[in-house]
Design a protein around this ligand. Sequence first.
Ligand SMILES: Cc1cc2nc3c(=O)[nH]c(=O)nc-3n(C[C@H](O)[C@H](O)[C@H](O)COP(=O)(O)OP(=O)(O)OC[C@H]3O[C@@H](n4cnc5c(N)ncnc54)[C@H](O)[C@@H]3O)c2cc1C
Length: 321
Amino acid sequence: MPGILIVAEHMDGALRDITGEMIGAAAELKDPLGGPLVVAVIGDDNESLAGAANLAGVDEVLSIAAPSAHFDAALYEEAVCTLAEERTPGAILIAHSAAGMAFGAAVAARLGSGFASDVFDIQIESGDIIVTRGSYGGKVNMELGFPGKSCVTLMLRGATFQAPEGAGSATITALTPDFSALAGQSAHLEYQPAPPADVDIAKAEFIISVGRAVQDDKNIPIFAGLAERLGATFGCSRPVADSGWLPKAHQVGQSGTIASSCKLYIALGISGAVQHLAGMKHVETIIAVNTDANAPMFNVAHYGATVDIFELAEALEKEFN
Ligand SMILES: Cc1cc2nc3c(=O)[nH]c(=O)nc-3n(C[C@H](O)[C@H](O)[C@H](O)COP(=O)(O)OP(=O)(O)OC[C@H]3O[C@@H](n4cnc5c(N)ncnc54)[C@H](O)[C@@H]3O)c2cc1C
């Protein structure tokens, strides 16, 4: 049985959520590909990472010793290709992340495997793997099959698949490959974290977001104040972040953050472009406020009002006082 190889992603000594999500997604592939489900952890001090990767469903964790804890695209490419040649998996799962993008396509090209990035759905049809990804800037969803390919490399979108709960009973195997041929090709200079965010859209349960309808940054405090009074996290659409009216951390959507824990989402003056919907259309309860009754946001909203957002804010303000 060819099995599945997952490349764990980690930073600052902890696995990133996407690793568990890839393990969850692999459950879809176990039927056509069978076992084993193998997770490769690449780093210089893998003991706790390998333990954390031992989630339900995992058969083996490969702890691969690297000269440094820092991500190195060439080293990951080499390690994954070597493993794939030895173990001949039917699928290789890599995060669709900044790091994953630096080596995922190169792995697929070297192995001559099938390839799809930004995958957000995996189905099996008549024993074949069919994946779905966005295309044309997220405007359409595209289903891809891989006829004639004995291996597919799939880069999976984060906050999309469910990680399994509970620990597994995987064997942990330590490997010390010789990476000396790569020495000196690249050097890690420093890690620059993104500026600290004042909101965590991914973890927020109640979000009030504003769109281009706010018109100007001077109007932001009106809605920020409203969100604060109602105990909501303040989000926005991309034009609001692109205009610099709010930091990027507030942006909901495909190129922003997915509101993965949100239960109530209030969209104020947001049209409902597919890229925004990608971050919130799954939310349990969506309330849309928009003066245009034909705004696509109303197609996903459970409640809606064709009301001017400024009039709404003023009316609520009066209620509070
Ligand atoms: C690759 C790519 C990635 C993208 N990623 C994202 C993303 O992550 N997040 C995101 O949001 N967008 C993203 N976009 C942009 C997206 O396509 C839309 O352009 C954007 O979502 C539109 O934002 P909006 O709804 O605020 O603005 P608009 O589309 O301009 O909508 C404004 C809405 O406000 C309504 N309105 C105006 N005045 C009022 C008022 N006074 N009261 C009530 N309603 C009013 C209008 O009727 C309109 O529906 C992305 C685009 C691309 C190509």
